[in-house]
Ligand binder design. Structure first.
Ligand SMILES: C[S@@+](CC[C@H](N)C(=O)[O-])C[C@H]1O[C@@H](n2cnc3c(N)ncnc32)[C@H](O)[C@@H]1O
Length: 806
């Protein structure tokens, strides 16, 4: 041990923990399980003098410095590799002065400790929503909590701080002492020093308040968000809460049908007389039949723990957040779509209403501003298995991209990862940012405190960054390369599906040699394919180095009830790759590349393809419809639909599924003769007798029968606007009076899936995906109007059309 280090042990009142110490792993662990960093030293500080010693040690040895209290920040900046970590947890004292309603809180205290001490006297400040969150990190970044509409942000109740600077000076900052520094620490994070004591103004709260969760089922999500938006627009400051988009826990208090399913919980609280709160909260509690209403008088300290069962320490975490300037219906549609297709049961999204006292503080009173937004959305992706990382992150990014157009343009640094200097600037705006840079130069010119949402003392360094990043802090060329690699990923998946690797693993893990023999492959090369795919969540290795199934690889197997194996093999067909190789032709000429490549249209090609190719196409389409149908039936009630015509029902089993669920319905599946000939046998096997007919049709002319309900499932996107309008007109002409059209399509909303499917339709078919507005125009041209648009939990959306003259 170098002598300087040994003297460090002697110089401090706390202790020094190094790799090899039995507590080393415990102290280096942070909330976000993605972070696994190994500092050289952890200084467990017991006093401001210990903090100053730790800073001096790091500077002397040129080591990076990090500061840790709760360790909850998703960036994991509390602990850095090969660094000196100042662990403030031993400095967790909380002293309450009930007469002056003041609190002195140590830099290492967490919210559980602070709230418990203050609640002894029925007092509180706005505090973090998870009790193990550190008071320091939350307050220095501003501080959001259930009480924010009543008492403002945590930093709004801050009276003074004691802080150790980069030079080891211990300063006090308040409105009257080092006031510029006090301005900066309220929002500027840990950029200017290590805060060792916070002094707060406390407010009377509880000890009993009205609060709890009202849980609603998925089909009410959109209406509930609208209700919440409108309710909050006029709600008094006493109302706090958020909409929490979560998966219902497997607990007895949750009805069986909702367990594990995406649900939305209105977390409601009233910080005023309980009787008054019951009246005020009534519109939110009586909206629709909830799955469960648990709002009741509750201890404030229990309210503070309400989200804890769904926030386990050590999960993989990836977060995004935006202050929303508005919450129009399109934004709500995005929120519904993403929260209903959440890839992990642990993931949650909070939609927090702002306003109230928080919004009445002068924007320039401190470094933190951003008080004008009515809502803050916090997307917290959490998952257990590191193999799922890619998928979780891309869902989070897509969700974030979808809500970004509604943002104020600012950024909430407490709720996001390291997203680059651009976002930090956006959080403060140019003027405040300049002021913070000046403050940084004064108190930390060497950027000793860099392990945070950093404000570098040289502003130029920040200016350059956005040019090279994709706006999310990723180095732009690497981000582009990652997207270009998409072709490799897709091809590797298609080959894995073709080789039937997933089917071979259905009975349990296999050795590479066994797999290679069964799949007819070179063992080493097969190992490489599997290794590559395992980086994106497909297949994993056991401790004995066998290959095993993962949740993603399982659905490649044809034996899986929701298999997409045939879809993978179909997308891997030579004819699809050949068509895509000529995408440029389509883009230049606006016509399907497939016709160019094969010398025939897709429809003719499908009718004349080899029996094997034909069987694969049928299997892929039936497989897709198997799980999409469920989401359609969950979203729309066909009871009372009378006689249903499934126009171009093709290989889908939608009509069979509809009729099977309701004996009062009958229907007819209409399609081209080439298709009806193929599906008649299957329809007969469904055993629906004379309730289901199969009839030939050419919808480009007219429909052969009248019907009460006409289903057009994934048909319109095959066609250009003129043809699609013609099909809709034929449907309208076949509609009995008072009838409806149920068109099922993906809508273009700016998300990746529909936009790339649109290219697929261009390349293969000359068709297109459409936005809701484009659909409305198409319906209008055909004498129809869209009466309702219904989202499903899949990307499919239902458009319910009525005749204009109905
Ligand atoms: C993309 S598939 C959709 C099939 C089915 N609804 C589903 O969701 O799986 C399009 C269907 O339109 C049918 N089709 C194409 N041209 C047609 C025409 N002129 N008249 C009737 N059906 C036609 C095809 O045979 C095919 O079954």
């Amino acid at each position: 041990m170098p002598s300087d280090e040994s003297t460090l042990d002697n110089r401090i009142q706390g202790s020094v923990v190094r790799p090899g110490d039995p507590h080393y792993d415990e102290y280096r662990k942070v909330f976000n399980g993605m972070i696994d960093r190994r500092p050289s030293l952890i200084v467990r500080c017991a006093s401001p003098a210990d903090v100053a010693e730790g800073i001096a040690h790091a500077r002397r040895h040129g080591l990076p410095l990090s500061v840790r209290s709760g360790g909850h920040g998703v960036t994991g900046d509390a602990v850095l590799d090969d660094s000196v970590c100042l662990d403030l947890r031993p400095m967790n004292s909380v002293t309450i002065d009930p007469d002056r309603r003041r609190a002195l809180v140590g830099g290492g205290a967490n919210w559980g400790e602070f709230d418990a001490a203050a609640q002894e006297y029925g007092l509180a400040v706005t505090g973090g929503r998870i009790r193990s969150t550190g008071v320091a990190g939350l307050t220095l970044g501003s501080g959001s909590g259930w009480l924010e509409r009543k008492f403002g942000l945590t930093c709004d109740s801050l009276l003074s701080v004691e802080l150790v600077t980069a030079d080891g000076d211990v300063l006090r900052a308040s409105e009257t002492e080092n006031s510029e520094l006090f301005w900066g620490v309220r929002g500027g994070g840990g950029n200017f020093g290590v805060v060792t004591t916070f002094e707060f103004q406390l407010h009377p709260v509880g000890p009993q308040v009205l609060g709890g969760l009202v849980m609603y089922p998925p089909f009410q999500v959109a209406d509930l968000i609208r209700q919440f938006r409108d309710f909050m627009a006029t709600a008094p400051d006493e109302v706090g809460g958020a909409l929490a988009f979560i998966s219902a826990p497997d607990e007895p208090f949750v009805p069986e049908f909702a367990r594990g399913k995406p649900v939305v919980g209105a977390t409601l609280a009233y910080f005023g007389p309980i009787e008054e709160g019951i009246e005020v909260l009534r519109p939110m509690r009586e909206f629709g039949p909830p799955v469960r209403d648990m709002v009741a008088p509750i201890a404030y300290t229990d309210l503070q723990g309400l989200l804890e069962p769904s926030n386990h320490e050590g999960m993989q975490n990836y977060w995004k957040a935006e202050f929303l300037a508005e919450l129009p219906d399109e934004a709500i549609d995005h929120i519904v779509r993403f929260t209903q297709t959440v890839p992990s049961r642990l993931t949650q999204t909070l939609l927090m209403p702002l306003g109230g006292a928080l919004a009445r503080v002068d924007n320039n009173a401190m470094a933190f501003g951003q008080r004008e937004a009515p809502f803050n959305i916090h997307i917290m992706s959490m998952w257990e298995d590191a193999a799922d990382t890619e998928r979780q992150i891309s869902w989070t990014r897509e969700f974030h991209r979808a809500v970004q157009p509604y943002s104020t343009g600012g950024a909430y640094l407490n709720f996001i990862g390291n997203e680059g200097g651009d976002r930090i600037k956006a959080a403060f705006g140019p003027e405040k940012y300049e002021r913070l840079v000046r403050l940084k130069r004064r108190y930390d010119p060497s950027n000793v405190f860099a392990g945070n949402q950093n404000i570098p003392p040289q502003a130029e360094a920040v200016e350059e960054e956005p040019k090279e990043t994709d706006g999310q802090g990723h180095f732009a060329p690497l981000a582009v390369l990652e997207l270009l690699n998409g072709m490799w990923v897709a091809r590797a998946l298609q080959v894995a599906a073709h080789l039937r690797i997933a089917e071979q693993l259905a009975g349990g893990p296999r050795t590479l040699t066994e797999l290679a023999t069964e799949c007819g492959c070179d063992p080493a090369a097969l190992g490489r394919l599997i290794s590559a795919l395992s980086t994106v969540g497909f297949f994993a290795r056991t401790a004995e180095d066998k290959i095993q199934q993962t949740p993603l690889s399982a659905v490649l197997s044809d034996d899986h009830p929701q298999s997409v194996g045939a879809v993978a093999r179909l997308f891997g067909s030579n004819w699809q790759w050949q068509a895509w190789s000529q995408l440029e032709h389509s883009v230049r000429n606006g016509e399907p590349a497939l016709d160019q490549v094969l010398g025939t249209s897709l429809l003719e090609f499908l009718d004349t393809m080899s029996p094997d190719d034909g069987a694969l196409f049928d299997q892929a389409m039936t497989g897709l419809s198997r799980f999409l149908n469920r989401t359609i039936l969950n979203a729309y009630d066909f009871s009372g639909a009378g006689r249903i015509a499934d126009v171009s029902g093709g290989h889908s089993t939608l009509l069979i599924d509809i009729l099977a669920g309701d004996p009062s319905l009958s229907g007819v599946l209409l399609d081209r003769p080439a298709i009806t000939a193929k599906v008649r046998g299957r329809v007969r096997e469904a055993g629906l007798g004379d309730r289901l007919d199969v009839v030939d049709c050419d919808f480009l002319r007219s429909l052969p029968e009248q019907a009460d309900t006409i289903v057009l499932n994934r048909v319109l996107h095959d066609w250009d606007d003129d043809a699609a309008a013609g099909i809709l007109r034929a449907c309208r002409d076949a509609l009995r009076p008072g009838g409806r059209i149920v068109a099922v399509e993906q809508l273009m909303t700016g998300d990746k899936r529909a936009a790339f499917l649109d290219l697929q339709m261009l390349v293969l078919r000359g068709g297109r995906e459409r936005s809701r507005e484009e659909m409305a125009e198409l319906f209008g041209r055909s004498g129809l109007r869209i009466a309702e648009t219904i989202n499903t939990t899949s990307p499919m959306c239902l458009l319910i059309g009525h005749a204009l003259d109905d």
